[in-house]
Design a protein around this ligand. Structure first.
Ligand SMILES: Nc1ncnc2c1ncn2[C@@H]1O[C@H](COP(=O)(O)OP(=O)(O)OP(=O)(O)O)[C@@H](O)[C@H]1O
Ligand SMILES: [Mg+2]
Length: 345
């Protein structure tokens, strides 16, 4: 897989290129994501394909039945889930261990989930439990070690460039840190035009009109279009990042810790914006956070992850009012909410 680079390798390569030449520029996370779904080779990372040491267990039959029962409530005639992860595992080789026997990290273990149109799934769990890895599999940046990935009913586990292009248009990502999600050297207007240009969407006039609509949708004045990200506040930058994510009229947004780099005072504003947009545009969303209160605020359904496994799942109400797993109870009782610091006291 020498022609495939990891996202971070691409970033390093892009950074090196920028040093070597004034013309080359450092690409932001969002640019890398859009290009990863388009350019030859892409940035999709393959997890190690080696079989694991047997420690990885699939979900027990009982929990599999529970998942089926849970999903049945969402099934509608002729509607396919936007994303269906079928018992996926992601295992990474670490740099520790010997050459022949590298240590393995089981980032995701036997996870099954379906994202249906219009619903919000919250994924919550502590640092390192596999949330971002799951998100990367969903948006096509990461291949699972085993299990299958379906996109609107089509098996895209071994996706082609054409699959990636379609996924990139339908699923957008809002990254954690608006500082790296946006390109510091491009004006807001250029950043919003970029995904449409990369995906060759619309005429020049249509793209300009879309940019004006987008900036209004996220509650920023038209004058913000001429600003550079450095001239905006963290909250305003995240609004721009959300506008960019909406540029291609996606069906689903994956928001990986979209508020954790922000000041407490603007977190609720950004969450409210996401909720409003979700309702207005009928978007599906995967909302990832290590703060269970934030997840509860925005999600229809919640999946609690611990060490790569989904240890609890259900509607937001079920998980909060009747948590079955001791880890969920621990999360509920732990640490004050980052959204409302007084809630957890
Ligand atoms: N490319 C990689 N190579 C090796 N190990 C990795 C890689 N990416 C993730 N991991 C490991 O996989 C596990 C899950 O990582 P992941 O980033 O999905 O966690 P997370 O739940 O998103 O954590 P956080 O809340 O800190 O963002 C971690 O132990 C991490 O060290
Ligand atoms: Mg993460």
């Amino acid at each position: 897989m020498s022609d495939r680079k990891t996202l971070s390798e691409e970033m390093v390569a892009a950074a090196g290129g920028a040093l070597a030449s004034d013309k080359a520029k450092v690409r932001s996370d969002a640019e890398l994501y859009e290009r990863a779904t388009i350019e030859a080779g892409g940035a999709a990372t393959d997890a190690c394909g080696t079989d694991t040491d047997g420690a990885v267990a699939c979900e027990t039959p009982a929990s599999h039945e529970a998942i089926e029962a849970e999903e049945e409530a969402f099934e509608r005639e002729g509607v396919e889930p936007i994303i269906f992860l079928d018992n996926i595992e992601v295992t990474f080789k670490t740099r520790t261990g010997s050459l022949l026997h590298p240590n393995l990290v089981h980032a995701v273990r036997g996870l099954t989930l379906k994202l249906w149109p219009g619903e919000t799934i919250g994924i919550v769990g502590e640092s390192g439990c596999g949330k971002s890895t799951t998100a990367n599999v969903m948006c096509g940046l990461q291949s699972p070690t085993s299990g299958r990935v379906f996109f609107k009913g089509k098996d895209v586990t071994h996706r082609t460039a054409a699959d990636r292009r379609v996924i990139g248009r339908v699923i957008s990502v809002v990254f954690q840190d608006p500082a790296t999600a946006l390109n510091a050297r491009m004006s807001v207007r250029e950043q919003l035009l970029d995904p449409m240009i990369v995906h060759k969407v619309g005429t020049k006039e249509e793209r300009e009109r879309r940019v004006h609509d987008l900036i209004g949708m996220v509650g920023l004045p038209q004058s913000a279009l001429e600003a550079l990200p450095g001239q905006l506040s963290g909250g305003q930058r995240q609004r721009v990042a959300i506008a960019r994510a909406l540029a291609l009229k996606p069906d689903a947004i994956i928001a990986d810790e979209p508020t954790s780099a922000l000041d407490v005072s603007v977190r609720a504003q950004i969450l409210n914006l996401l909720m409003d947009l979700k309702k207005e545009l009928g978007l599906a969303m995967v909302f990832i956070s290590h703060d269970i209160q934030t997840v509860r605020y925005i999600s229809d359904r919640i999946i609690v992850m611990n060490a790569g496994r989904a240890v609890e799942r259900g509607t937001a109400e079920q998980v909060f009012n009747d948590p079955q797993d001791s880890y969920t109870r621990l999360l509920l009782g732990a640490a004050p909410s980052l959204l409302h610091p007084e809630l957890g006291k």
